[in-house]
Write a protein that binds this ligand. Structure first.
Ligand code: IPM
Ligand code: MN
Length: 330
């Protein structure tokens, strides 16, 4: 079966790294139909469109989406992030954001091999809030956090199922239950409720601030981490930094129920400062493509690319040189 894969290069280094990821997928011999979408901050500046309803519906019918990065400094914050990226996460019900971190050439890399499961459709990202008396000295801004039992439970259950398939079989809940006494309480109860179904999986709880220390000082302690949307956002940038650099941090925005396509993207952004200079590390996009192939059932091709990545792990070079070398190593 030929997979229909939506391609969103986006802004900045996005199109550059996506081109290398597709080069490597091609070299692995995977058959797919690319369906390109012109969706980016640049396009918004050109014609005022973030994404059309028809585009969302077309994407809904695809098998997967590979996205580079979206966002440019000329567009006000939130327009593209909320209008495009979060819209796709919410509308396609991509409720898991899976972000793996494995040893890379870094001074913190010893034994690092953990996966963060970030709840991807709720929390502060739900966009609840607003202004009152905006622009006056009495201005009020509220920003709520939406936490449903269903949302927390399905993210936690996914984390436990993943942990059960791994060697160490361990899940850590990261939250801030000592201060977020409502949402933290719900998450903690949901965690205990799900854990009861997985007696073979070990558990731990860390406050998010303590987790930041462990990420830097002892990241090898972690196997699977499950956490809410915003904590997961922040922790996974830190995870990238301690596991070989943000240039290797990949992610899958997953709809494990498979009621639609899942979307794969590097954790890094559009990096306008190095865009167009053939400087970006394409590995984060390539590893995201490997996650996509695994999710599409192309485990053989995914495994071959993983081997090629391992063989070229120490290599440095331009974006295209690294893509060529990884493709050649296949
Ligand atoms: C990420 C990004 C996004 C997020 C932004 C661009 C909306 O930082 O994927 O981690 O906050 O989720
Ligand atoms: Mn982020």
């Amino acid at each position: 079966m030929t997979h229909r894969i939506g391609i969103i290069g986006g802004d900045g280094i996005g199109p550059e790294v996506v081109a290398e990821a597709l080069k490597v997928v091609d070299a692995a011999g995977v058959a797919y139909d690319p369906v390109p979408f012109d969706l980016s901050g640049a396009r918004y500046l050109r014609d005022g469109v973030v994404i059309r309803d028809e585009d969302v519906e077309e994407i809904r019918g695809l098998d997967a989406v590979l996205l580079g990065a979206v966002g440019t400094p000329d567009v006000p914050p939130g327009v593209i992030e909320r209008g495009l990226l979060l819209r796709l996460r919410f509308d396609l019900d991509l409720y898991i954001n899976q972000r793996p971190f494995t040893a890379g050439p870094s001074r913190y890399n010893d034994g690092v091999d953990f996966i963060v499961i970030r709840e991807n459709t709720e929390g502060t990202y739900a966009g609840e809030g607003g202004f009152l008396r905006k622009g006056t000295p009495h201005e009020v801004a509220t920003q709520g956090s939406v936490n449903t039992w269903m949302g927390a439970e399905r993210a936690i259950r996914y984390a436990f199922e993943l942990a059960r398939s791994r060697e160490r079989k361990h899940v850590t809940l990261v939250h801030k239950t000592n201060v977020l006494t409502f949402s933290g309480d719900l998450w903690e109860r949901a965690f205990r409720h799900v854990a009861a179904d997985f007696p073979e999986v070990g558990t731990a709880y860390n406050h998010v601030d303590a987790a930041c220390i462990y990420f830097v000082e002892d990241p090898a302690r972690y196997d699977v981490i499950v956490t809410d949307n915003l904590f997961g956002d922040i922790l996974t940038d830190l995870g990238g930094a301690v596991a070989g650099g943000i240039g290797r941090a990949a992610s899958g925005n997953l709809n494990p129920a498979r009621t639609g396509p899942s979307l794969f993207e590097p954790v890094h952004g559009s990096a306008p400062d190095i865009a167009g200079q053939n400087k970006a590390d394409p590995r984060a996009a390539i590893i995201s493509a490997v996650m996509m192939l695994d999710f599409l059932g192309e485990e053989t091709a995914a495994g071959r690319i993983r081997t090629a990545l391992a063989k070229t792990d120490d290599l440095t070079g331009s974006t295209t040189e690294l893509g060529d070398a990884i493709a050649a190593a296949l």
